[in-house]
Design a protein around this ligand. Structure first.
Ligand code: SF4
Length: 331
């Protein structure tokens, strides 16, 4: 037993969730497994507030895996917009193709089948199995790990990389649910989403709102006197990174109806010159997304070496393709 008050903790956190959960469209009764799966792909690296509008337009356009699979992958990358880490769009499209071809267009419901799909790792398989198919499995994401670390282990932060001990702790904390145990299964499902929500809304990374926490009196980190983290968390820099350059190049490609010249992507030429060249599909109009994308790319203080590296990595990742007339999104 990892905590003497485990039953009370289960009750207090799930009751808090019932009263405080955000009303998110991929959690509602109308959300089918595909809706949950799309949300899990998008939420892997991106906050809810940015995901929601993209998810809504995505589901309106592609309400089934077959609808997405029928479109060129470039459309998925375009619709991914500015969510970041656009390889997720490639993988979601690839998963939709496999689901359509091998699973009759239905998202499979076991973790093993989900794990076999492109782009789905241990966490995502568990999350889809739990949230879409009510499988009482162990779900462990960053928010859950942080709550477990504080509430049970008395540490300010979880380890930098998920380890076996954290997974074992999560398994011990999960409410028991044997075969046919509908009450235990429902509690296990509620527990996973409730702890995740607590980590997102209250037990946040930088400034936990412990005074609003339903398990303040059971929290090991509070009892230990709120010790400092045992390491200095690394930030995720953006400005000046290859990711920033890649993002700017992807924006140009997304907004270009045709191929783009490699040298123009790599250089920082005068925009008037760019716009005057017939092979460059850029509008000179202010407020035009294509024009804005070019302006942003060319304004980056990236050296030629970094621009080359960023473009090469986009080509290697399959997010861009070199054709006879220039570089474009994958087909
Ligand atoms: S009391 Fe504070 S640190 Fe402990 S679980 Fe609640 S929010 Fe997190």
């Amino acid at each position: 037993m990892p905590h003497p008050d485990l039953e009370k903790i289960h009750h207090d956190i799930t009751a808090w969730y019932s009263a405080n959960a955000r009303d998110l469209p991929w959690r509602g009764p109308a959300a089918d497994p595909w809706a949950v799966m799309v949300s899990e792909f998008m939420l892997q690296q991106t906050p809810v507030v940015r995901v929601r509008p993209v998810w809504e337009s995505w589901m309106e356009r592609w309400p089934t895996p077959a609808a997405l699979a029928a479109e060129p992958v470039a459309e998925a990358v375009r619709a991914w917009g500015r969510l970041g880490y656009p390889r997720r769009a490639l993988r979601l499209h690839a998963a939709a193709v496999v689901i359509t071809d091998e699973h009759g267009g239905k998202v499979p419901g076991t973790e093993a089948e989900l794990l076999a799909l492109p782009g789905i790792g241990t966490y995502t398989a568990a999350a889809i199995a739990c949230f879409a198919f009510k499988v009482p499995t162990v779900v462990v994401d960053t928010n859950i790990r942080r709550v477990h670390a504080r509430l049970v282990s008395g540490r300010a932060l979880p380890e930098q990389n998920q380890n076996a001990a954290e997974l074992a702790l999560a398994a011990r904390l999960l409410p028991a649910a044997g075969p046919g145990d509908t009450v235990g299964t429902a509690l296990a499902n509620d527990w996973n989403i409730a702890v995740m929500e607590l980590g997102a809304l209250v037990c946040t990374a930088r400034s936990p709102r412990c005074e609003d926490c339903p398990v303040l009196n059971q929290c090991a980190w509070i009892a230990a006197g709120r010790p400092e983290p045992h390491y200095k968390p690394k930030g995720q820099p953006w400005h000046g990174t290859d990711r920033q350059v890649r993002g700017a190049m992807m924006a140009v490609l997304r907004h270009s109806p045709g191929p783009v010249n490699r040298e123009e992507l790599l250089g920082a030429p005068d925009l008037a010159v760019v716009a005057s060249k017939p092979r460059i599909t850029v509008s000179a109009r202010q407020g035009d997304p294509a024009h804005e994308a070019w302006v942003t790319l060319h304004a980056l203080p990236a050296l030629a070496e970094q621009r080359e590296r960023a473009l090469d990595s986009l080509l290697a990742d399959g997010l861009a393709q070199q054709g006879a007339t220039g570089i474009r999104l994958p087909r």
